[in-house]
Write a protein that binds this ligand. Sequence first.
Ligand code: HEC
Ligand code: HEC
Ligand code: HEC
Ligand code: HEC
Ligand code: HEC
Ligand code: HEC
Ligand code: HEC
Ligand code: HEC
Length: 246
Amino acid sequence: MPQQLKRLVLVFALIVIGFLTARHFLVPPTFGTLGHYRAASIDSVANLPIHYAGARACNECHDDVVAEKAASRHATVACEVCHGAAAKHAEDPDSGVPPAPRDRSKCPLCHGYNPSRPTGFPQIDPQTHNPGKACFTCHKPHQPVTPNVPEQCSACHGQVARTKGISAHAPLACIRCHETPDEHKVNPRLVLAGKPSGRELCGQCHGKDAEQPPETTKAIPRISLGSHGNGQLCWQCHYPHNPEAK
Ligand code: HEC
Ligand code: HEC
Ligand code: HEC
Ligand code: HEC
Ligand code: HEC
Ligand code: HEC
Ligand code: HEC
Ligand code: HEC
């Protein structure tokens, strides 16, 4: 056997011995009993101290706060999200009370402006939104309401409003196409705004024989409502908030 092959065999032998030794000393005893992991980890995880009491643990002692929150827009935000882990307190209230998030840092975790949040989710810029004052002085944390109901759709639909504002449809009010109950501005997810359902809506202004709408004195581009676009819904081809004829 050539020299270099002998050395290679030696190196391989050392690796195999090293591996077997390491396996013998380092693999925990219960590894493999239940599959490719350490079976005893189930017990060690189950034995960790419990920090969170859970969503219902506060009910028996704080029923007033629980009831107030359940009827509010924070209904889905659990107590311990704001007050922190409180299992110790729920078991023995004398051991100390959980801290209340009275500074301005907690609320922006959910309400600080972030474009990836769903449309209409109440968001603010913590830098410019009433700086220097704690959030709870104006918004009750267990019953948050905006002190004033916004008048404009743009307060919550800024992106749609900005898009429409520089489009051919700028002179059209939102409610010209969306029938919107007043309650939508207070409880937007529960009471939705209407959406147009058919081609007739657009035909009111763009149909061949449609009357001139009061919003504009300019000539309106007309189409034949019967045949244009193969009878498909208009907004499959034209974005209604920024219609383009391309
Ligand atoms: C066994 C009864 C009991 C349970 C269960 C309980 N609490 Fe309390 N909690 C108390 C008592 C008593 C106080 C003290 C009231 C006081 O000092 O005015 C208190 C006070 C508090 C305070 C007041 C802190 C402050 O700054 O004033 C908070 C916050 C609080 N609890 C949150 C919770 C949360 C969250 C839960 C559920 C995970 C919970 N509690 C479960 C009895 C309970
Ligand atoms: C959105 C965050 C938030 C959630 C969710 C929340 N709290 Fe609070 N909580 C606060 C803040 C902030 C304060 C301090 C308010 C103040 O000082 O006026 C507070 C105060 C309290 C207090 C003491 C004073 C009071 O107003 O009665 C108790 C008790 C309390 N919370 C219990 C609860 C319980 C129980 C829940 C769940 C049902 C809960 N909180 C959910 C933010 C929250
Ligand atoms: C874990 C996330 C979370 C945290 C933390 C949180 N909120 Fe909220 N907040 C929500 C959700 C969810 C809604 C309901 C949104 C909806 O219905 O579209 C809401 C709604 C609101 C509204 C209602 C806005 C409106 O137009 O009526 C206000 C105001 C508000 N929160 C203030 C606060 C304040 C003040 C704090 C801190 C004490 C806080 N929130 C902490 C999730 C959170
Ligand atoms: C001085 C009182 C005041 C303080 C302090 C304050 N707000 Fe507001 N907040 C308002 C008013 C008034 C409105 C409604 C008008 C508006 O949108 O500006 C509002 C609106 C909101 C909205 C709803 C925005 C929307 O688009 O529906 C949220 C969420 C909110 N505030 C969260 C917070 C948070 C979080 C803090 C703390 C970082 C805070 N507020 C501090 C007065 C306040
Ligand atoms: C207080 C905030 C707020 C105001 C003011 C508001 N909206 Fe909304 N709007 C929402 C929220 C939140 C949704 C739900 C968004 C979602 O599900 O992604 C919504 C949804 C909608 C939808 C979609 C409905 C659907 O079925 O998907 C339309 C259309 C709409 N709003 C139109 C309007 C119009 C028009 C106005 C003004 C007259 C208005 N909104 C004012 C918050 C608001
Ligand atoms: C020319 C008619 C028209 C006008 C004006 C209009 N919309 Fe719409 N909007 C529509 C149509 C059509 C849809 C799509 C409906 C569908 O997909 O079922 C829509 C969808 C929406 C949606 C849900 C989906 C999305 O695209 O975000 C929201 C929210 C909305 N409009 C808000 C507004 C607001 C706010 C205004 C005013 C700033 C406005 N709309 C003005 C016709 C209009
Ligand atoms: C209240 C009347 C009215 C309604 C309803 C209406 N539009 Fe328009 N539309 C206009 C006006 C005004 C213009 C701009 C005309 C101009 O300035 O040249 C316009 C322009 C257009 C254009 C041409 C844009 C361009 O770049 O030339 C298209 C496409 C269009 N609308 C599609 C629609 C669709 C789709 C709907 C239904 C979702 C609709 N419109 C509903 C009034 C209306
Ligand atoms: C299948 C896609 C499609 C559908 C559906 C559709 N359109 Fe169009 N639309 C177009 C195209 C492409 C153009 C530009 C070329 C042309 O004029 O035919 C256009 C042009 C227009 C114009 C401008 C015409 C001009 O003379 O400048 C208007 C206004 C218009 N459409 C309105 C509508 C309305 C209202 C509906 C629903 C009743 C609708 N469209 C449905 C594809 C469509």
